[in-house]
Design a protein. Structure first.
Length: 70
């Protein structure tokens, strides 16, 4: 399996977290909903998972492993 570059994973996780923060307490605007769906899909594809919680866990584990090895 191809592994995404850690910088790509870091950016995707940061984008997801930023969008979640923006969505809190607001009715989800169509464009914000679409961006959340897009980043969720991309996280799943880049981590080889099918669910968001698994994708985030895999991305964070990969980032932690990369940080530990440097």
């Amino acid at each position: 399996m191809l592994l995404a570059h850690p910088a790509v994973l870091q950016e995707l996780v940061a984008r997801y977290e930023s969008l979640c923060t923006a969505a809190q307490g607001l009715s989800l605007a169509p464009d914000l909903k679409r961006r959340l769906e897009d980043v969720t899909y991309t996280l799943c594809v880049t981590t080889g998972t099918r669910q968001l919680d698994q994708a985030l866990a895999a991305a964070r584990a990969r980032l932690a492993a990369t940080a530990a090895s440097t």
